[in-house]
Design a binder for this molecule. Structure first.
Ligand code: TZP
Ligand code: MG
Length: 223
């Protein structure tokens, strides 16, 4: 696994979450708190803004030796030399992206079913995002909410693969340990959790990331 997925930050530039703050400043705080990978996700800006913001974010993530992945846009990743991309089921397909990106680029794929997870695994993706874990206002057009039970079924279906796995959707300080513990299948556990609002929208993103890192480090204790 070329990337530490344990505390995966996904950015959001919408006013409800960013609350007028500078994205790079928020991301830098989160990095100080222990975020291990950053995905730049921006569904509204035009291409020139995406490239400019991605370049600035890359300067910050590089300082912390953390990979920057670009959501949706292989062209933006190529333009700024990001470490990789994160692609959904409706984005450029894995094979095309693989052809365009450098050999060592990280490619992650969003999945919400066994079929999608198996395909991403067979394709050779570095990791899959599995979701939606819990319904969330951050992304309301999700195909399905699968919970820990659905996540466990997906993990079990790919248990013989070394592919990385990260859960996304509605994860916060109160449920992160349950997400990690209850999702695991006997042979495969999640490698990490992807968080948007609970870090980017937090009053103190550094403190929030620190708390997640601490909760992830300490094995969950459940009956
Ligand atoms: N994909 C599935 S849910 C989601 C994405 C991008 C958003 C998760 O946001 P939050 O704020 O961590 O619930
Ligand atoms: Mg996408």
């Amino acid at each position: 696994m070329p990337v530490d997925l344990s505390l995966y930050l996904v950015t959001d530039s919408t006013p409800a979450i960013l609350k007028g703050r500078d994205l790079c400043t928020v991301v830098e705080s989160a990095l100080q708190g222990g975020v291990t990978v950053v995905q730049y996700r921006d569904k509204t800006s035009d291409t020139s803004v995406l490239v400019e913001t991605a370049r600035k974010l890359h300067q910050v993530t590089t300082k912390y030796n953390v990979p920057l992945l670009i959501n949706d846009r292989v062209d933006v990743a190529l333009a700024i030399g990001a470490e990789g991309v994160h692609l959904g089921q409706d984005d450029m397909n894995f094979q095309e992206a693989k052809k365009l990106l450098p050999e060592n680029a990280i490619i992650g794929i969003s999945t919400s079913s066994v079929e999608e997870a198996k395909k991403a695994t067979a394709d050779g993706a570095d990791y899959i995002g599995i979701g939606t874990m819990f319904a969330t206002p951050t992304k309301t057009n999700t195909k399905s909410v699968i919970g820990t039970a659905g996540t466990q079924v997906i993990l079990d279906a790919i248990k013989d693969s070394a592919i990385g796995t990260v859960s996304i959707g509605g994860i916060n300080h109160s449920n992160v340990q349950r997400v990690l513990y209850q999702s695991q299948s006997p042979k495969k556990a999640l490698d990490g959790v992807a968080i948007v609002s609970a870090i980017v929208g937090a009053d103190d993103p550094k403190a929030s990331a620190e708390k997640f890192a601490e909760l992830i480090r300490n094995p969950p204790r459940f009956a």
